[in-house]
Design a binder for this molecule. Structure first.
Ligand code: CMP
Length: 143
């Protein structure tokens, strides 16, 4: 079964949107396999955002993501990478549609509330950066 990495970023925590965001995934029927409320170290941030190193927004992004806690999560299910990205919405605020997390709650390309892996390779890499294997729970959803 496919897994993806997602996290509610510092702006989502600061704005008190954790429940609202999580509810969308739960109501959709997406299975939570792991969850961790944590601070991201500079080292972890640099690994996670290595693809953006050198971009104009890189330093601000690292500062932002390490500024206060995040909720790191692993979701599991068929086509879950795609589905979670759809629910998160597009990165740029003008493209993020109403009904998505970003479309409904963010006007800013940087403070965009949520991260969601963009491919199978990114998902595997990001999950292993944030979680040890034993932290990912293997169980059945009864519904
Ligand atoms: P995320 O999906 O976590 O992946 C990379 C992050 O970089 C993105 O969300 C935004 O938070 C940030 N980002 C992407 N493009 C820009 C930009 N043009 N200016 C500032 N931040 C950006």
């Amino acid at each position: 079964m496919e897994k993806t990495f997602s996290m509610i970023k510092p702006d989502g925590i600061q704005r008190g949107l954790v429940g609202e965001i999580l509810q969308r995934f739960e109501k959709k029927g997406i299975k939570i396999a792991a969850m961790k409320f944590m601070m991201i170290s500079r080292e972890l941030a640099e690994k996670h955002y290595t693809a953006h190193k050198g971009k104009v927004f890189y330093d601000d992004l690292i500062r932002f993501i390490t500024s206060s806690p995040v909720l790191a999560m692993v979701f599991e299910g068929e086509d879950v990478i795609n589905i979670v990205r759809k629910l998160a919405g597009a990165t740029s605020p003008e493209a993020a549609l109403p009904g998505t997390v970003r479309g409904d709650y963010s006007l800013d390309v940087e403070y965009n509330l949520i991260h969601a892996s963009d491919s199978k390779e990114s998902a595997e890499r990001e999950i292993s950066l944030f979680f040890r294997e034993e932290e990912i729970i293997n169980y059945e959803l009864i519904t």
